[in-house]
Design a protein. Structure first.
Length: 256
């Protein structure tokens, strides 16, 4: 019941849902309180204009993603730690496990295993994500007996708890952490108390060096093509802000 209430309330923290709710309320205020309605609409326009702006989105996303850049090479580890996301189970009418945004993690984890950088892969995440990630890993050549799966973690904190139990049981000292670049900082903060040497393997970058250089260009064609807000930029801004909020929450919680 708690998870249902939590999921319901979290919907309203999404800027798009917030904008929709405020606009809906504004409809009932137009006749009685037109000035308030105008202010509400203005706030919505500012949120969409700023968060949907490619320049703002790229700058914000880059500020979080580029904190941990890919290393030149990895040292061998006891395990590859995969925080699963972006893989979808083979439910009807899908014919096989399908991949979406974030599935780069599973693909990269399989590549690291094939390079013999670790003898096993630990998969943590929700039931759907971890199960489908395991299937994808097997399809990519990782033996089933080399995969340990957590199917119970509903969030990052739960994953950290599960992983702490695994490293104690399996006596793991060194891991290669495969996680989306945007979420790497928050993940490492949750793992900071573990007696674990972590090599960072960031993937799923939304902002590349080429993207950044293009936006910094003063070329008028580039400028005019990024004037209006876009759905992709809006989503990237929201994801980056969510990571900042999450990291701030964990830091405050650690103090108290």
């Amino acid at each position: 019941m708690f998870n249902i209430i939590k999921s319901f309330l979290l919907q309203f923290f999404n800027p798009l849902a917030f904008v929709g709710l405020v606009l809906f309320i504004s409809l009932f205020l137009i006749k009685k309180k037109p000035k308030t309605a105008i202010w509400f609409v203005a706030v919505c326009l500012v949120i969409v204009a700023v968060m949907g702006n490619s320049y703002f989105s790229t700058f914000l996303t880059r500020s979080m993603e580029w904190r941990y850049m890919p290393p030149a090479q990895f040292e061998k580890a006891d395990a590859i730690l995969l925080i699963a996301e972006g893989t979808y189970p083979a439910n009807t009418p899908r014919q096989r496990v399908e991949v979406g945004e974030g599935a780069d993690r599973a693909i990269y984890a399989a590549q690291l295993y094939q390079k013999k950088l670790a003898p096993r892969v630990i998969v943590s995440g929700s039931l759907s994500a971890s199960t489908s990630a395991k299937t994808l890993l097997i399809e990519l050549g990782v033996p089933e007996q080399a995969i340990l799966v957590d199917q119970t973690s509903l969030n990052m904190r739960a994953s950290a708890h599960y992983i702490s139990q695994i490293i104690e049981i399996e006596e793991i000292k060194n891991v290669i952490l495969v996680q989306s670049a945007l979420k790497m900082d928050r993940t490492l903060f949750l793992f900071k108390d573990l007696d674990l040497n972590i090599s960072v393997a960031s993937v799923d970058y939304q902002v590349t060096l080429q993207d950044w250089q293009n936006l910094k260009s003063s070329n008028w064609q580039v400028v005019i093509s990024h004037l209006m807000p876009g759905a992709e930029a809006f989503e990237n801004s929201w994801q980056a802000l969510w990571e900042y909020f999450g990291l701030a929450f964990y830091r405050v919680r650690a103090i108290f």
